[in-house]
Structure formats: structure tokens, C-alpha cells
Design a protein around this ligand. Structure first.
Ligand code: UTP
Length: 234
């Protein structure tokens, strides 16, 4: 049994409350958890962005807006915990230590955000370090890391593999305001570099992509690793 940490972007799981994919994700997470020790970090999605936009309009500082974002990630995480029922530990972990402790139950452990100035990708990257994960999977709304934003630039090309150093070069150019929208935040990229834990970035808009990638090794995405060896299936 290997350990897997998934950063499940809020824009994937709960783009809006009404368009949430929680029902579709439940069997997928159950399938992965049947074979591996599983931790899932849930993002804020559209609801977090809406709150942060309103906070900014009210002249509220970025740190406080981040705190509001964190509350939304935890609210989303609570919805996933409830939907998973007995398969998940019944409380959202509010620190990495708590997540480790909850994992002793052998249930799926769910987290949201924890600290201002970062995103849930950074939470997941550090969690991967703390629990000795074999892989850190970032499920997002693009099928990998591109040379430019593929939604804006037609010439953007997807990387099949990157070294952690190359990843830092790419994400280092993006900003880090509350609600910032980059494929992986810079804090997460730095942690990936120091932890030597392979990162796989893939398209989570279709939930089955995750189980197919982790359990069968079939996926389209970007692998960030120092070594050239095959990362998935585990
Ligand atoms: P997300 O991790 O969801 O950020 O956290 P995101 O980049 O918008 O990701 P997607 O779209 O959900 O995939 C939402 C916001 O909550 C705050 C930040 O403001 C972030 O942009 N946050 C989250 C923190 O400040 N700290 C955390 O640990 C987590």
C-alpha cells in the first residue's frame, strides 16, 4: 500500500456549488483508497473567488481575504467528508499533524487550506512530505503544465516531463494575490523541489482520470521529477 496525496482543485470539485462534481468523485476516491493510503486537499473553487472578490471590493486586505478563502476551502472539504460517509475520517484536518493523526484510522483524510499567502496546492505539497507520499497528484482544469496559459495562448505547448527546477522557472513568473489562478503556486513548486516527491499534474474535470492514472497508469499530463523512471501506476 503506497501513500497518495491529491490536490483536488476547487475549480474541479466545486466550480460553483450547483455544478459540483462531488457525487462523481466519491466512487473514484473510494477506488483509489481501496489500494492506497489516501489524503485529499480540497480547494476553494468559484465560491472562494466570489468571496475574495467581494472582500477586495470592500477594501479588505489580502491576508484577511486569504483567511476567508481558507474558510471556503474547509467548507468544501466538509461537503466531501460528508459525501464520503464512513470512508472518510469524519473531521477535516486543520493542520498537517492532525492529518497524520487522522490517517491512523485508515480512512481517507481530507484537508482544506491552513495558512494565508498560499493555496491548497502548497498545503498538499507539504502534506506529501509529512506523510512520505509516493506521489503528489494535482488535479486541475488543464491536462498538464504548459509553456503559457493554454486558455489564452494557442501556441502554448504541454510538457510531458519537467524537472523541479524547470517547474520553478515556469510558476515563478506568476503572482500570488488571494484567489490567484496559476496551475501550481510557487510555494508548492518549492516544496516539490526540496521533497523529491514526484508530482503529476493532470486534468481532473473528468473524475475517472484520477483512478485511471493512479491505478492503471493511463493518463495525459505532466510529470515533475528529477528521475526519468515511470511514476504511475503505483
Ligand atoms: P485554493 O487553493 O482553492 O486556490 O484556495 P486556487 O488557486 O483558487 O485553486 P482552485 O481554483 O480552487 O483550484 C482559495 C484561496 O484561499 C486562500 C487563497 O486566497 C486562495 O487563493 N488560501 C487557501 C490560503 O490563503 N491559504 C491556504 O492554505 C489555502
Amino acid at each position: 500500500m503506497k501513500t497518495v496525496v491529491i490536490s483536488l482543485g476547487g475549480s474541479i470539485l466545486i466550480p460553483t456549488l450547483e455544478k459540483n462534481k462531488i457525487k462523481e468523485y466519491v466512487p473514484v476516491l473510494e477506488e483509489i483508497a481501496a489500494h492506497h493510503r489516501l489524503f485529499v486537499v480540497v480547494g476553494g473553487g468559484g465560491e472562494a473567488r466570489r468571496y475574495i472578490t467581494v472582500a477586495r471590493d470592500l477594501g479588505i486586505d489580502e491576508g484577511t481575504s486569504d483567511e476567508i478563502g481558507i474558510l471556503i476551502t474547509r467548507l468544501n472539504a466538509n461537503l466531501l467528508v460528508a459525501a464520503l460517509g464512513d470512508r472518510a475520517y469524519p473531521k477535516v484536518a486543520e493542520s498537517h499533524s492532525e492529518a497524520k493523526k487522522f490517517a491512523e484510522s485508515k480512512k481517507i483524510v481530507i484537508m482544506g487550506g491552513i495558512t494565508p499567502g498560499q493555496t491548497t496546492d502548497a498545503v498538499a505539497a507539504v502534506l506529501a512530505e509529512r506523510v512520505g507520499a509516493s506521489v503528489f497528484v494535482n488535479a486541475t482544469s488543464v491536462d498538464g503544465i504548459y509553456s503559457a496559459d493554454p486558455k489564452k495562448d494557442k501556441k502554448a505547448r504541454r510538457f510531458d516531463t519537467l524537472t523541479p527546477d524547470q517547474l520553478l522557472g515556469i510558476v515563478g513568473k506568476a503572482g500570488l494575490g488571494a484567489g490567484s489562478n496559476v496551475v501550481l503556486d510557487i510555494v508548492a513548486a518549492r516544496v516539490v523541489e526540496r521533497s523529491h516527491i514526484p508530482l503529476v499534474v493532470l486534468d481532473g474535470r473528468t473524475p475517472e482520470h484520477l483512478s485511471r492514472a493512479i491505478c492503471q497508469g493511463e493518463y495525459t499530463g505532466t510529470v515533475v521529477s528529477e528521475k526519468k523512471k515511470k511514476i504511475l501506476p503505483l
